[in-house]
Design a protein around this ligand. Structure first.
Ligand SMILES: Nc1ncnc2c1ncn2[C@@H]1O[C@H](COP(=O)(O)OP(=O)(O)OP(=O)(O)O)[C@@H](O)[C@H]1O
Length: 415
């Protein structure tokens, strides 16, 4: 029988958010607004079931609830959540046996993984450890995702590599009406590879493969990751499959910022582009989400402490300064890597700027490299020089895909 979880919180949006985050775990989730209704349900609970209770509700608080559970001998796991950070509350709730006391800001990174472990979903590869970002730039994109999620519109999420487009695509699906039906993820880089190694005999096979993925997602969702990587052949196949699908699934696609330019230059089929781009969400680069940088760095510091059995406590002022001014061309992926290596290298409890090995050069003003038609050639040349000839890094600096850089380099006869 599935594990039961009660979420007892009179803040409906917090309660819904927790329910959403727990929705894929196979547990029965019940929401209550009051302690008295939680108590009624809890009499049918068994050992191992879970209660997530806000510290203070209109008709009582979590401490009273735990005392009552104790008295009735109901042995379930209680997690107390609160948005008030007072040590006194925490101490009081631990005394009668709260499994954990968690600040509401840390629901995603602390509460959800703990519950996942409790109900034995640690082996779930689809579950990604994510941090609830707080910057205005991210929240704007997130609120657009929130608006479009319950509709049936196809969505295109545009952003540089490593900004977290794929998790946002999954969030839209999680918040959609189809979230209880299967979601099919197609990595367009792999499809591109298949098309490259394609010969005429395989053409129907490729078409069948794509069509069968779309059939699996009928009435639900297909996530097309990095559509700019689709070869022209694959774009035609995709368009054909979408046009001939009896019950076309909703498409959520991710793409790099140069996709519009690819359409103008004929590298991407405009029919497919506009079919998918019914609603667009621009996910800003990490350097434009300043408020997320140190929060994400701290999040990964805790994460890698666990991986390497370290006890690093924080980044010192020099490290924080460098992280704030760095241009993070590789975005969150780069930050994650930098923090991982820094935690591994650190000998004490504090990470200094000496332990930070950035993967990409700091451009200072990344914007300088953004391409405009009139000085495209010189910008490409400087970006390649700046990146010491590393074309992937140069493409990141320019905010375009490697494929587009290769095309442009050829166009201008650059070495
Ligand atoms: N909110 C988050 N909290 C923690 N880590 C995150 C968050 N969002 C993204 N990441 C991490 O950042 C890395 C890059 O994310 P992701 O691959 O989704 O980016 P992307 O924009 O889809 O990149 P690409 O275009 O290269 O595929 C991943 O390792 C992911 O786990």
């Amino acid at each position: 029988m599935a594990r039961q979880i009660i979420i007892s919180d009179d803040n409906v949006s917090d309660s819904n958010e927790i329910k959403r985050l727990l929705s894929g775990f196979g547990a029965d989730i019940i929401q209550t607004l009051r302690i008295c209704s939680a108590k009624e349900l809890l009499t049918k609970f068994k050992t191992g079931d879970i209660v997530i209770c806000d510290f203070k509700l209109a008709d009582g608080n979590a401490v009273e609830l735990m005392e009552w559970l104790d008295h009735k001998n109901i042995g379930c796991n209680v997690f107390v959540i609160t948005d008030v950070e007072t040590v006194a509350d925490a101490v009081t709730s631990f005394r009668p046996g709260a499994k954990d006391y968690i600040n509401k800001r840390l629901i995603r990174e602390l509460l959800i993984p703990k519950i996942k472990t409790l109900i034995g979903r640690d082996d779930d590869d689809n579950f990604q450890l994510l941090f609830s970002r707080k910057s205005d730039g991210y929240l704007r994109a997130y609120s657009a995702a929130h608006v479009v999620a319950p509709t049936n519109l196809n969505v295109m999420i545009i952003g540089e590599s490593g900004v977290g487009k794929e998790p946002l695509a999954h969030e839209i699906y999680d918040m959609s009406q189809q979230c209880d039906r299967p979601c099919v993820l197609m990595d367009c880089g792999t499809l591109h590879y298949l098309a490259l190694n394609n010969n005429t005999k395989q053409q129907p096979t490729l078409l069948d493969a794509v069509a069968s993925q779309f059939r699996k997602a009928q009435g639900s969702t297909v996530i097309l990751d990095n559509i700019q990587q689709l070869s022209t052949d694959m774009q035609s196949i995709m368009l054909h499959v979408i046009a001939n699908c009896k019950q076309p699934p909703r498409i959520i696609a991710t793409a790099s910022p140069d996709i519009s330019e690819m359409v103008i230059e004929g590298g991407f089929l405009s029919a497919l582009f506009y079919k998918i781009k019914e609603f667009t969400i621009a996910l800003p680069p990490l350097r434009d989400c300043q408020d997320d940088i140190m929060l994400l760095a701290d999040f990964y510091l805790r994460h890698y402490n666990q991986e390497f059995h370290k006890q690093v406590k924080r980044f010192d002022a020099s490290a924080q300064k460098e992280m704030r001014v760095h241009s993070w061309s590789g975005n969150i992926r780069e930050l994650k890597h930098v923090v991982r290596v820094a935690v591994l290298k650190s000998r004490g409890e504090i990470i200094t700027s000496k332990e930070l090995d950035f993967d990409t050069p700091n451009t200072g003003a990344h914007i300088q490299f953004k391409l405009k038609k009139d000085d495209e050639k010189s910008k490409i040349t400087s970006a390649i020089v700046h990146a010491n000839g590393n074309l992937t890094q140069a493409a990141n600096l320019l905010g375009i895909s490697l494929r587009t850089l290769l095309v442009k380099r050829k166009k201008y006869g650059l070495k």
